[in-house]
Ligand binder design. Sequence first.
Ligand SMILES: Nc1nc2c(ncn2[C@@H]2O[C@H](COP(=O)(O)OP(=O)(O)OP(=O)(O)O)[C@@H](O)[C@H]2O)c(=O)[nH]1
Length: 514
Amino acid sequence: MPLQNDTKQQLTNALRARKALEDTYEAQFKILALFVSRLSLVCKGVDVELDNRLAKLRTELSRGTDLEKLLPFIEGTSESLKQLETKQHLEMQRVQKGLTQAGKLLQQQKGLPDQLRRSLRELLGKVEAPSATVHAFLPHLTDLTTLYQHALQAKQLLASENTDDDRYGHICRQISVELTNLLSELAFAEDSAVEMDNIRLSLLDKLPIDALLEACLKTISIIINSINSERQSAEQFLLKLNDALSSVQQSVVSSLTTSSELKQKMQVLNQQIEQQIEHLSGASEKATSLEQLKALVGDKLSAITGSLREKELLEQQERQSLLATLGDMERRLNQLETEASSFKKRISDQNFRSLQDALTEIPNRAAFDERYQLEIKRWQRYKKPLCVVLGDVDHFKNINDSYGHSAGDKTLKVIAKTLKNSLRETDFIARYGGEEFIILFPETSLSELTEPLNALREKIGKIPFKFKNVSVPITISFGGTQFDIKDTNRSAFDRADEALYEAKKAGRDKVILK
Ligand SMILES: Nc1nc2c(ncn2[C@@H]2O[C@H](COP(=O)(O)OP(=O)(O)OP(=O)(O)O)[C@@H](O)[C@H]2O)c(=O)[nH]1
């Protein structure tokens, strides 16, 4: 009996446990069903077929249908989801392509404000980055729409400006910037350099189109004059070279003629001496007495001595004429050497000046372009990191406006000097234009730049500038990047430019590295 009771108890326990398990399972199934229903409602509207399948699944779930019977519905829905995923992937590519095309089209528009161009470039970079969902493109679409709006507004503003000055204002500014860059890349002798500097200063003001055209014409005429004077001096040098060479040729010819004449005379003398000696030996054989022989030898010897003296004289004459010719040639060649070295110095001075910014005396944009190509080649070959950094003086326009252009010029000089002196010899700094500097850091990675650039930024901020007895703190912003395997020289530069733009947007006096 006790055994029977025991079995009964065990059975009851097992039944209770099973009931509890079933209850738990039912509760979990309900939660899951609710979750799936809610999730399916969220997906509603994405795809009709998926909507239908999910609706059926929801109905079956709400009826409490068995999991086994639900399986065909779940499989059907999974299939629809898979198809939808492929569709969405294609859709994503389509949206990405569409946004890129629209952005690039906007980029091709002329006359867009610089800031808008930078934002657009930044946006295109984001659009090209891989995305997990189509939704991720929505903010980009909003941004692009805003940029389109701004571009349209800018264009409308341009079109609505009526006066000549306003209509051409934008073009004038561009010409002005290009002309300023050109001036900094041209090397001129002192007198033209002063004229050029006056033109450069005049370009800092907002010039009306006629004044700007005049500045262009003046620049062209200075360039032509300078080319002409260079051509004349080259011509003069070539004429002198020609003169010197023909006079050397003449000397050589005349010395050759003299020497051949002397040679002939010498031959005659030699023959004469030989004959005299022959005559002497013949005559001495015929001599019958010692007295006769003595007189004969005496006569002949004095004749031979005379001929030998004459020969010596001729030889001396030849030596002297040769020495005179050589002396003359040496003098001419020395003159030529002096001319050539002064010409060479002028050319090398000119080369140096054409790569140096006249105001700040640091390398100019042309020098930068040359060095940039070289450092990129080194980077490609040796695979050592290479960074490029743009620096831009903050609110520089205010300095010009408040204290005049010469104060602005002085500021640029001091900043350029400070930057140059604070860099390593292997780094390279150039004035890129206006108040913008560009620095190349070979064999340096981006992580190694934060500290020195911040130190540089702080150093500039601490320079005690004083204009009209007012202390004026001046700051600088830096944007930099490291060369990447996919980079072109333009793309790396653009990234540094974007970083600089971010530094300006973030409040200036900042270093942003991308
Ligand atoms: N004195 C002087 N001024 C220059 C020279 N080159 C460019 N500038 C001036 O530099 C100013 C640059 O002004 P913006 O481009 O508006 O920039 P910013 O005032 O520095 O403002 P942010 O860069 O936005 O901080 C312009 O007023 C130019 O005329 C130069 O060689 N000498």
